[in-house]
Design a protein around this ligand. Sequence first.
Ligand code: HEM
Length: 383
Amino acid sequence: MKSDWNPESDRVIRDQVAAYDEMRERCPVAHSESRGWSVFRHADVMQILNDHPTFSNQVSRHQSVPNGMDPPEHTPFRQIIEPYFSPERVGAFEPVCREISSDLLSELSVGGSDVEVMSDLASHFAVRIQCAFLGWPSSLHEPLLRWAEQNQSATRARDRVALSTLASELDAIVDDLIQQRSQCGAKKDDDVTASLMHETVHGRRLSNEEISSILRNWTVGELGTISASIGILIHHLADNAEHQSTLRRDRCVLLAAMDEILRVHNPLHSNRRTTTCPTQLGGRDLDAGERVDINWIAANRDPSAFEDAGMVKFDRSPKNNLLYGAGIHVCPGAPLARMEMRVFMESLLDQTLGFHLQPESPASLESYPASGYATVPIHVQWK
Ligand code: HEM
């Protein structure tokens, strides 16, 4: 089939947010060789999310719990993981999260006022918070940071060999953590990883492969999206003194403000589906077995769903915001992610008098498969 666009063009790589806005108006369901069907409009994305029998999550031959599953297989696994993000669990983790945020910022303040948000702050916060949540040792911080970088490069290069090697590497790390807990007879409430080892599905314990897949999905999800989100949030506030002072004055607005800033610049690029039968989407005919890419960045900036879609308005209704998805695969980790980012931003506002972009070194944008920024150099006035 003839391509409607070239996702690898300079234009898209230079500024994917602007390029996807343009695609949403010009060709809202667009085919390309590398990504299959890319879906840019809010309404078309909602059609996909509400019709999981036609748009299946089984997009790969590798097991992916629960992301790569459809009902009825998906349902019991989803039920197992949801309680890990309950208000009680998330609330109990908040003091740990506050300590990690505060320590990280204090360490950074010693280095002076010039900070590169992505490498000095965002990625370190994501990896520390993830290890703490799962009960993993700090000796894994550096290996996981390296792993996340390499995984992103391999995805960008569509290097299947490297991706498969990286998947095995992460499996080996996770298997080792499971093994250590098995050997010492870890109890259910020792940590999140041990707790998963005691979960049952269809009357049997989860297999090591299933636990490993769950932990891998949480790790990949968290490292990429939390780190991208921190970059986007700080960039916006560094660039918008009025919004920064509003949040310094009134912390109650913070959660709504974060959801809105991240709507306008979505930290997650896309998620995949496969068609199970011939269907129509946005006036295009799709065959069975076709790859469909939900483009969260474009759908969340669709003027048909949001008035002045490109503007950050802290008092905007959260209705229609697709930051955490919708439907049966809606992000179960959203309460955890929102708490972690709120606490981090509170610590940042508490420990600084102000921060702004460095005029002499502008921020640089990320491109597929990532979103957000590659670098965000800022000047910080520490307290
Ligand atoms: C800012 C941070 C995050 C954002 C923006 C985000 C966004 C999303 C979105 C849009 C989906 C739906 C994907 C789809 O429909 O295919 C999703 C699913 C998922 N997310 Fe998140 N997420 C975040 C953080 C997290 C965290 C911290 C965790 C766990 C530790 C997590 C675990 C998951 C899982 C397991 C799924 C798949 C659920 C299912 O298939 O039923 N996410 N996330």
